[in-house]
Design a protein around this ligand. Structure first.
Ligand SMILES: [Zn+2]
Length: 314
């Protein structure tokens, strides 16, 4: 059976992934290039198009989808601002790519693209109401409601990383205080551990970083927990509890059938998942909790590019 083919482009701060994907989200051909953050966006896009045109099936693609971090307008295809790409300010991405390729182009933010990717790859397109949460440097998210991505009036629906968990908590990049991102975003979490260790002593962490606490990352914290470090385990418990409070809000508010966790921190699930479930059990509605499956994505590195490709199906 002949299926539609789409081109997906995932523009990240360090690498750009390009792939041809079919209507079930299966990758046919893929490639990636380093992100040249110093080049003009139009030149970066020309480079991407060159990569895409080398794919065997390029002539068969029906449309192109792009996922990029930042403030992106789906309706106009304009990137107003991208935190990792300083040159990308008010860039008419859709218009430029349409001119370069003569194809229909869709542009959305990376969290929405990842959510669509999770819907096709992890949920196999079978769930109805899905919340995808990206636990990376920051905390992002996307909502699939009734099998369609929900964007809201101005395209910011799913910005779950800035749900307040502690009204008097730390100041967040967004201007608010105590957002879930200030507890579990990799940047904030690493800083928290650095400060925490000023009055504590962990032989295992000291050995792993040679006392240079600036090297502490969530991966390192997972390694320390694996080696039995009590402090690392205590911190993962805190991460699990905060995520549990956060997910209880989402379960009560959205009543999804599936929550998919993805991003770097999700790899450490065995150190925090138990605490998430404990919190949810005591906080969220029982029927909603029972109906909601919480899973960690098994396709982490592909979600963005596949979701971008599938934007036209959404
Ligand atoms: Zn915030």
């Amino acid at each position: 059976m002949l299926k539609n083919l789409y081109l997906g482009i995932d523009i990240g701060g360090t690498r750009i992934k390009v792939a041809i994907v079919n209507s079930e989200g299966i990758i046919f051909e893929e490639s990636s290039i380093a992100t040249d953050t110093k080049s003009k966006p139009v030149n970066v896009l020309k480079g991407i198009v060159n990569v895409a045109k080398n794919f065997k099936n390029y002539s068969k693609i029906k449309s192109i989808g792009v996922g990029i971090a930042g403030d992106v307008c789906f309706q106009t295809g304009v990137v107003r601002f991208s935190p990792n790409l300083k040159m990308w300010r008010n860039i008419k991405l859709r218009e430029i790519l349409t001119n370069l390729t003569n194809k229909k182009v869709y542009v959305d933010n990376d969290a929405n693209a990842a959510s669509i990717g999770a819907f096709y790859l992890d949920a196999k397109g079978k769930t109805t109401d899905l919340v995808c949460i990206t636990l990376g440097t920051g905390v992002g998210g996307g909502l699939i409601l009734d099998k369609k991505l929900y964007r809201g009036i101005t395209g910011t629906a799913g910005e779950v990383g800035h749900i307040t968990i502690d009204a008097y908590g730390k100041k967040c990049n967004c201007g608010n205080r105590g957002c879930i991102e200030t507890f579990v975003g990799a940047k904030y979490l690493s800083k928290f551990v650095q400060d925490y260790l000023k009055n504590k002593n962990s032989k295992i962490i000291n050995r792993l970083v040679g006392k240079n606490y600036k090297l502490i990352t969530p991966q390192l914290l997972a390694q320390a927990a694996k080696e039995g470090d009590k402090i690392a385990k205590r911190i993962w418990k805190m991460v699990g509890e905060k995520l549990g409070i956060f997910l209880s809000i989402i379960i009560n508010f959205v009543n999804p059938d599936t929550i998919i966790l993805c991003g770097g921190l999700s790899h450490a699930k065995k150190y925090f998942m138990k605490y998430i479930l404990q919190e949810i059990k005591t906080r969220a509605f029982k029927s909603a909790t029972k109906a909601c499956k919480i899973v960690v994505s098994e396709s982490n590195h592909k979600l963005g590019v596949v979701g971008a490709a599938m934007l036209s199906e959404q």
